[in-house]
Structure formats: structure tokens, C-alpha cells
Design a protein around this ligand. Structure first.
Ligand code: MF3
Ligand code: CO
Ligand code: CO
Length: 258
């Protein structure tokens, strides 16, 4: 990576902004009685109507344009005709491609009123992601990111999923490096200015083990406890970071005031 990354940051910011605006757009529709398929359609159409393409659609055979992961689903839930119900928590994960560049982001949503337990898990997950992003700059080790998330989360009594990680992103959806959400300070490569990757911790209420459902995509917690996730696409600079997938409506974490 060289110092001439301005152009790539400008490009990925376009894709990242569209992905973030897509989540802003779908937010008022996340209510009891809506199906995740309906939410997926809203995401698909918004991205298409704004000059992008949904990266998940047909990616390695994935059948939909977004992932929706409800309650004990850790990630990669397939939108379906199942209704969301009061008290559910759901992650919606969208990735927009614009001019070949990928912007990848996800947020949690509360379906109606949710339990205090859900609120704690969700805010812990959000805070762990933002704490980790806040230490990003040239020279930070990948392990510093992992340790920041892990220590924050474990202090609250929750666990960090090991089976999925963040990833480099750009003109390809998933590329090197793997960004682990657990680890030790000083481990792993040193970040260089111009690198672009996602931070997307999956945090479980119970144990960190996951299980894959028969559909080959849906990952759930092995102990059926709740799981939460947020995701941003970020870039590394000499003295800090840039987040490419920020909400324009301050829909950073629920409850979203519409
Ligand atoms: N958006 C997911 C990620 O954060 C990847 C989804 S791949 C899919 O990396 F095929 F499941 F959509
Ligand atoms: Co991702
Ligand atoms: Co994603």
C-alpha cells in the first residue's frame, strides 16, 4: 500500500455511503409483523435505484441481497418469509458495489420493545466495535484490534465469536487480511496507511461456539444464546482512521429515533 490512497478512499466512500444509507432507509420498516424478505427487497431496490449492486446476491450461491440474522443467529441469516416479532433483535448486513468498489456494513435493530438483556448485548457489541476502530492508525497491530474487542466484551460477561472475522475489502468483497475480533496486543501485521478493511464483531450472550444450519449459510450459537453484530468499513491513515459506512441519520445503534 502506498501513500497515494486518496483516490481509493474516495471511491470506497461512495460505496460505503450507499450501504449506510440503505440501512438508514430500511430502519423504519423494521417492526413486528414484517418479514425479513420484505426488508431484503427494500435493500435490494434502494441499492439498485441509487446506482449500485448488492454484493451478497449470488455471491458463492447466496440467494438474497442482504443477510438478516435474528436472535441466536450469529451471521449470514437468509431473508425469508418468517415474520419478525416483538422482542426480537435482528442484524441487517448489506454490501453495495459502486464502480466495482464494495462498501460493507451492518447494524442491529430492535423489533418493538426488547429485554434489558438484549439492550446490554447490543450496546456492548456496538461499543466494542467503536473502541477497536478508535485505536486504528498506521502502526497499530491487527492483534490490538482483537484484544480491544475481546477485553471489552469479556469484562461484560459476553463472548467473542471465533469462526468469522472482518476482512480486507475494496474491488473484491473479501480479501486479506483477516481481522480477528479477539487476540493479543502486538500480534499480527502492522497496519499501513491506505489499508481498507471491515471491523465486524459477533458477540454472544453465552459461549462463543457456533453451528452451521443445513442451508449452508446460517450460523447460529451452539448454545442457542443471543448474538449481536455491527460492522463498519474503515480505512487507515497516518494518524487515524476513516469510517466509510457512517449513518447520515445518526442511526448508529438502536433505539433509532425516527
Ligand atoms: N456482508 C457479510 C460480511 O460482512 C458477507 C455476507 S456474504 C453472503 O462479510 F453471501 F452471506 F451474503
Ligand atoms: Co464484512
Ligand atoms: Co457485512
Amino acid at each position: 500500500m502506498n501513500s497515494n490512497y486518496k483516490e481509493s478512499f474516495e471511491q470506497i466512500k461512495i460505496a460505503g455511503s450507499l450501504a449506510a444509507e440503505t440501512l438508514d432507509e430500511v430502519t423504519p420498516y423494521v417492526k413486528p409483523g414484517v418479514t425479513t424478505e420484505k426488508l431484503d427487497k427494500i435493500c435490494y431496490e434502494f441499492i439498485r435505484d441509487n446506482g449500485g449492486y448488492s454484493a451478497p446476491l449470488f455471491y458463492r450461491g447466496f440467494p438474497k441481497s442482504s443477510c438478516s440474522s435474528v436472535n441466536h443467529v450469529v451471521c449470514h441469516g437468509i431473508p425469508s418469509q418468517k415474520y419478525l416479532k416483538e422482542g426480537d433483535i435482528v442484524n441487517i448486513d448489506v454490501t453495495a458495489i459502486v464502480n466495482d468498489w464494495h462498501g460493507d456494513t451492518s447494524r442491529m435493530f430492535f423489533v418493538g420493545d426488547v429485554s434489558v438483556k438484549c439492550k446490554n448485548l447490543v450496546s456492548t457489541t456496538y461499543n466494542s466495535m467503536m473502541e477497536a476502530i478508535s485505536i486504528i492508525k498506521k502502526g497499530t497491530h491487527l492483534g490490538d484490534i482483537g484484544e480491544t474487542i475481546q477485553s471489552y466484551v469479556e469484562k461484560k460477561g459476553f463472548s467473542v465469536v471465533r469462526d468469522f472475522c472482518g476482512h480486507g475489502i475494496g474491488k473484491t468483497f473479501h480479501e486479506a487480511p483477516n481481522v480477528l475480533h479477539y487476540g493479543k496486543k502486538g500480534d499480527g501485521i502492522k497496519l499501513q496507511s491506505g489499508m481498507i478493511f471491515t471491523v465486524e464483531p459477533m458477540i454472544n450472550e453465552g459461549a462463543y461456539k457456533t453451528k452451521m444450519l443445513k442451508d449452508g449459510w446460517t450460523a447460529v450459537t451452539k448454545d442457542k444464546s443471543l448474538s449481536a453484530q455491527f460492522e463498519h468499513t474503515v480505512g487507515v491513515t497516518d494518524d487515524g482512521f476513516e469510517i466509510f459506512t457512517k449513518s447520515k441519520k445518526k442511526y448508529d445503534q438502536p433505539p433509532y429515533l425516527i
